[in-house]
Design a binder for this molecule. Structure first.
Ligand SMILES: [Zn+2]
Length: 146
């Protein structure tokens, strides 16, 4: 796995996510409000928080939807934060990792390593053997059945 240097812009991204988190409420039911910030390839920053509920949406999904809705298509780095998490950073859940790989396999994610050191890695490195849709154009029909 390749790790990328944590830059001053990455620290700004973390601060942007924390600022968004501080401006938004915890509804008192789930006690798990998460903030996220996404930097585009051109350096624009979008932020968001999760939406709680029985089928809630992670902050990474919310911020990605916001950026895509604004017409963004090229992404550089994403981070998710929670004020009580180690270094205030949360690793993306498996569902978000899959979403990131599908939308932007080269996006980098800021998170903690097992010792609590800030690291930045590509989404594809965080989800080995990720799911991919079947490419029916390559189907030969002669595959052996298991
Ligand atoms: Zn998630």
């Amino acid at each position: 796995m390749t790790f990328y240097e944590i830059t001053p812009q990455d620290h700004e991204l973390i601060r942007a996510a924390l600022e968004t988190l501080s401006k938004n409420f915890d509804d008192g039911i789930y006690h798990h409000t998460v903030g996220a910030a996404l930097r585009t390839a051109e350096g624009r920053v979008y932020t968001g928080v999760n939406c709680d509920g029985i089928h809630g949406s992670c902050a990474e999904y919310v911020v990605m939807g916001t950026a895509i809705s604004a017409g963004e298509r090229a992404f550089d780095t994403i981070v998710a934060v929670h004020e009580k998490a180690r270094n205030c950073l949360l690793a993306p859940c498996g569902n978000c990792r899959q979403m990131l790989v599908e939308y932007c396999p080269d996006i980098k994610v800021i998170l903690n390593d097992d010792e609590g050191k800030l690291i930045k890695a590509k989404a594809t490195d965080l989800l080995p053997f990720f799911w991919r849709p079947v490419d029916c154009s390559e189907a030969t029909g002669d595959a052996e059945q298991p």
